[in-house]
Structure formats: structure tokens, C-alpha cells
Write a protein that binds this ligand. Structure first.
Ligand code: DC
Length: 233
């Protein structure tokens, strides 16, 4: 059975992370949350007051940023920035409010894409984000593009924040999602698009378990495809 790359892209709050995480667990693959990487950069920039209009400051900061993913005692992947676990902090609203500006910066994207490609060089990964199937791994064997109704997405995000004891009104979350959708899909550098060859899955009316099962089913199909020696993937 060959090892493949599973690229899961789509709008915020469509269950990308949960799906990629569960699919990776089921297949024994590594899970990489690329959004968490942009959130870490945003966290660092806010903490160190990095000016988004000063390229030199940005480049210096990027050289100082080392992101890794480690499994905790329960086998769940957690995000580390320079050796410190920031899994919870990077989900706070203050980060969500700035992450689209930070992730639109070309130098930030170049640095993250390089690290993401390095993480996928042996394949056997499930990575979720906005440009995974289009830019990071255009040769991914399986590309999935997730969509869902905005209010359903806002409700799901609200539940996630509640688990972290952050109570945010539904309208505020929907507003944040709308703004991020617009910024993510209209930015110059690697905008959010449905990648060529991606399978679109509308998750509005399906449960997260159904979403995960469907992606596993697709992944298994691709894992058993026989590739002729020398053939393009
Ligand atoms: O998936 P998320 O909501 O945690 O992502 C946070 C932000 O990072 C999102 O608003 C857009 C950006 N992002 C990106 O530009 N490219 C990616 N591959 C992943 C996330």
C-alpha cells in the first residue's frame, strides 16, 4: 500500500482540522495543522510587536520562529512555538482577529510553505489549510475541499471556543468568519480556492463522523491505486 498526501482545504469552521486529525489517526499518518502555523506566527508577531509594514523586522522574526507538532500523553497533536506548547493560546479570538493579515504576507507564506513541504517529504500525512492542494502539495494524491453554510460554521466554532471557556456571541463569530473568508479568498498570495482535482464536500448537513468516514473512504481508494513505475503521480 503506498503512502499518500491528503490535502484538506476549505473555509474556516468546516471541520477541516477535526477531519484531518481523525483521518490521520485512522491511517497512522502524521497530522499537520497548517492554520496553527500561521496562528503561531501571529502570536509571535503580537507578543514581539512586530510591525506588519516593516519587511526587515518580519524577516528577522521569521528566522526566530520554530514551529513543531508533538503528540501529548493522549496521542493528540499539539502545536509548539520555540519549544513552548501554544495549542490553546493560538485559538483565542485575539489571534483569529489578526491571523488573516499576517498570513497574507508573502514572506510569511514562503517560510511556512517551505516548512510544510519539508514535513511532507516522506508522504504519509494529512494536512489541512487553505492552499495545501493548490500550492503546498499540488501533486497530493487526495485533495478534499470542504464547504458549509456560514451560520453552521459559526455555531461549530462557538462550541469549540466554549470548550475553552471562551463565550463569544454567534454574530461576532459569523462576522469574523465572513471577514476571514473574504481576506483569505481575495488575497494576492495563494488565495483560498478549490484546488484543481479536488473533491468538494458540503458538510452543512452531515455530522463530523460522516465527514471523517467519507474522507477515509476516499483516502483508502487512493492508497490502493497501483502506480506504474516512472508514471506521474
Ligand atoms: O484553519 P485556521 O482557521 O486555524 O487558520 C487560521 C488562518 O490562517 C486563516 O484565517 C487563514 C490562514 N491560513 C492560510 O492562509 N493558509 C493555510 N494553509 C492555513 C491557514
Amino acid at each position: 500500500m503506498r503512502k499518500i498526501i491528503i490535502a484538506i482545504d476549505g473555509y474556516s469552521g468546516c471541520g477541516k482540522s477535526t477531519t484531518a486529525k481523525e483521518v490521520a489517526r485512522a491511517l497512522g499518518y502524521r497530522y499537520i495543522d497548517s492554520g496553527a502555523m500561521y496562528r503561531c506566527v501571529t502570536h509571535y508577531f503580537l507578543e514581539h510587536h512586530v510591525s506588519l509594514t516593516n519587511p526587515k523586522e518580519i524577516d528577522r522574526a521569521l528566522r526566530d520562529i520554530h514551529i513543531s507538532f508533538r503528540l501529548n500523553a493522549h496521542g493528540q497533536s499539539e502545536t509548539y512555538l520555540n519549544g513552548q506548547c501554544l495549542e490553546d493560546e493560538i485559538r483565542e479570538m485575539r489571534i483569529s482577529e489578526s491571523v488573516s493579515q499576517v498570513s497574507a504576507l508573502p514572506s510569511v507564506r514562503h517560510a511556512m510553505v517551505e516548512q510544510q513541504r519539508h514535513m511532507g517529504k516522506h508522504r504519509g500525512i494529512a494536512m489541512d489549510g487553505r492552499d495545501i492542494g493548490s500550492v503546498v502539495f499540488p501533486d497530493a494524491e487526495l485533495k478534499v475541499f470542504l464547504t458549509a453554510d456560514i451560520m453552521v460554521r459559526a455555531f461549530r466554532r462557538q462550541q469549540e471556543l466554549l470548550l475553552r471557556d471562551e463565550l463569544v456571541p454567534l454574530d461576532a463569530i459569523a462576522d469574523n468568519l465572513r471577514k476571514r473568508d473574504l481576506m483569505d479568498s481575495t488575497r494576492k498570495e495563494s488565495p483560498l480556492i478549490k484546488p484543481v482535482g479536488a473533491i468538494e464536500l458540503d458538510t452543512t448537513h452531515i455530522t463530523i463522523d460522516e465527514e471523517v468516514d467519507e474522507v477515509i473512504r476516499l483516502a483508502v481508494q487512493h492508497m490502493f491505486v497501483k502506480v506504474k513505475p516512472g508514471a506521474k503521480r
